[in-house]
Design a protein around this ligand. Sequence first.
Ligand code: GUN
Length: 293
Amino acid sequence: MQILDGKKVSEDIKNEIAAQVQEMKVKGEKVPHLAAIIVGNDGASLTYVGSKVKACERVGFESTLIKMPSTTSETELLKKIQELNEDDDIDGFIVQLPLPDQIDTQEVLMAIDPSKDVDGFHPENFGKMALDMSTFIPATPFGILELLERYNVETKGKHTVVIGRSHIVGRPMSILMGRKGFPGNSTVTLTHSHTKNINQITSQADIIITALGVPNYLKAEMIKDDAVIIDVGITRVQDETSEKGYVITGDVDFENVSKKASYITPVPGGVGPMTIAMLLKNTLLAREQKRCK
Ligand code: GUN
């Protein structure tokens, strides 16, 4: 069994990006600038956004964090988005999800200028992705592709089973794994809450990508020998013995599943850090595309 070490690979990617930023600085060019909007005080979301801003500093990007109260109206958020769309200094920005109930997420995502949509959530970018056109690929799926590529995990002709059909991970992942090329060329099954006989399906999978948010959901008896296991789950589970009062737990029963798998991502230290690295990569791409306009 080999660990797919997202922590290490993401560090490699950040070093590569930092070197490119250094070159930009030497040439006197403007460095990429990422902005992030967060609405409300959800602890996990604040942590993720904080990590994104810290990663910007680490590679030499400029960053702006915009915190808005949980009572923010959709109109107020759309106004802020318009400001960022029009701000020439900002190369790319994200709106951290989930948003409070009074705000229509789809309306918000559609208001983002597609050329600054480094999350790849705008329908124009999502459509381009589905049509194999060059665009921003959502950071978590992009990170999974990058991990598979850097470890040279064979995907061609394999049966990939995706668990969960979220717009952020499961749905785009199911499209990307079926695309032509590497990683891709898989036969894909997208499973969700209405899927029947899930164990029968997962036990036929060569590659399982689980993005469910149910701690320890995937058990050893649900997989076949030598399956590749990608765990996107990051749930905070209460644990009084830990300093923070919780531990981050994946969707996979790692202890038992890892004994059967050929490759597996740990939680933490697998897909999570890759998401941040690929957001930086998309921001660099946004900057380069703007420069070439
Ligand atoms: N919430 C969970 N994952 C993500 C992500 O990749 N981007 C944004 N904007 N929000 C998220």
